[in-house]
Design a protein around this ligand. Structure first.
Ligand code: GTP
Ligand code: MG
Length: 375
């Protein structure tokens, strides 16, 4: 709607908030730091301070509010973007992420096929100091639709990887649909441009059929030609992700509250028990926290970051491995931390009871269906 807070406008123009308040005061408009300006007023300030105003390009920022509560509003702080890598099998998603992280996950995968969601965080130094980005790597094999849908649900930005020598394929289209359904902006990485038969223009042409038109053709979609193998244009891709995060999205969370988030992956480890990879989406997860996931209850016994280092806490947008759950939770389930252990136990027990009841009802319904069929 073109409205912007004094603080955001100041940040966007890299001027102190007092400059804005002063400029408006000179025009007989009194505002305080907490106020929101409408578009004409914001433009007036910008011109006053010598900025060029581009009105044809009104930027609407969207915030994911699913994980936020009303009480958080006073304590919101910027959080890193969660970026999910999606695309057709073998188009180079894991390799691209490896190249960005300087890691070698792709080489170690069985049959060269990703079969789970990988969660990583990188830190880069930008103009305004250190910036973090969280990445989720999804499988491209057609069998793993549910994982791709899960990835799209928790992400802020989708990187759609399309191999320049192969073009748009069924899971490319599927990924586009997941991102659109989740209302998530898409940044296209046209990968493998080092290959002799690479044809980035054909990829762009094919993508226009799905309403993804590159900026250089007058559209709105950022498309970056890259090579994971030769590490080409990786910085450009990261820069563009941060631009989308900063100008199209308003990524905030309240780090000073009990954690909430989503289980990305979970499995039973022979020696460590249930192990879950959790994405913290609001609040901070701490050692010793009491956590409820679905009908499962637990106390955080250990936390590991994406490199396997033990950590004491995980702020918003951080993926962490959590030990201490009593059972293996379902991937995709949301978790929440409770300050009161008895309350947490009660909620988990209640959910477990409801689950048992609905299972019994289903079984009874199935039995009576068989009986009425005369079998
Ligand atoms: P799934 O997770 O199974 O869907 O595959 P993926 O998209 O993660 O692809 P992966 O990174 O495993 O790479 C598939 C193959 O493409 C591997 O043999 C990579 O070495 C190769 N590859 C990836 N990126 C590039 C690139 O930029 N150039 C070239 N020439 N080969 C690449
Ligand atoms: Mg992969």
């Amino acid at each position: 709607n073109g409205n912007i807070s004094v603080q955001d406008l100041a940040a966007r123009m890299h001027v102190p908030t007092t400059e804005i308040i002063k400029a408006l005061f000179m025009k007989s408009v009194m505002v305080n730091i907490n106020q929101t300006l409408d578009q004409p007023t914001a433009e007036l300030v910008a011109r006053e301070l010598g900025f060029e105003v581009q009105t044809e390009q009104t930027v609407t920022q969207t915030t994911r509010t699913e994980m936020l509560d009303l009480e958080d509003i006073e304590s919101l702080e910027p959080r890193p973007p969660v970026v999910t890598i999606m695309g057709h099998v073998d188009h180079g998603k894991t390799s691209l992420l490896d190249a960005v992280r300087s890691a070698r996950v792709a080489e170690g995968e069985a049959g060269g096929i990703t079969q789970h969601i990988g969660a990583y965080q990188i830190q880069i130094s930008g103009e305004e100091g250190e910036r973090k980005l969280t990445f989720l790597d999804t499988p491209g094999h057609e069998a793993f639709t549910a994982m791709r849908a899960r990835g799209a649900k928790v992400t802020d930005i989708t990187v759609l990887v399309v191999a320049a020598d192969d073009g748009v394929k069924p899971q490319t289209v599927e990924a586009i649909n997941h991102a659109k359904a989740a209302g998530v902006p898409i940044v296209v990485a046209i990968n493998k441009i080092d290959k002799p038969d690479a044809n980035p223009d054909r990829v762009k042409q094919e993508l226009t059929e799905y309403e993804l038109v590159p900026e250089e053709w007058g559209g709105k979609t950022v498309m970056v030609p890259v090579s994971a193998k030769q590490k080409l244009n990786l910085d450009l891709l990261l820069e563009n992700l941060l631009l989308v995060a900063d100008y199209e999205l308003d990524l905030q969370a309240n780090p000073n509250r009990e954690a909430k988030g989503t289980i990305i992956e979970a499995n039973l480890d022979k020696s460590r028990g249930p192990v879950a990879t959790a994405l913290v989406q609001n609040g901070t997860l701490h050692l010793g926290d009491i956590l409820v996931v679905g009908a499962i209850y637990g106390k955080v016994r250990a936390l590991y970051d994406d490199r396997g280092n033990r950590v004491d806490s995980a702020p918003p947008s951080t993926p962490v491995q959590v030990l201490g759950l009593t059972e293996v939770p379902q991937a995709g389930d949301e978790f929440e931390v409770y300050s009161d252990e008895r309350e947490a136990r009660r909620i988990a027990d209640e959910r477990a009871r409801k689950l048992r009841e609905s299972r019994l009802l289903e079984q009874a319904a199935a039995r009576s269906a068989r009986v009425s069929l005369g079998s």
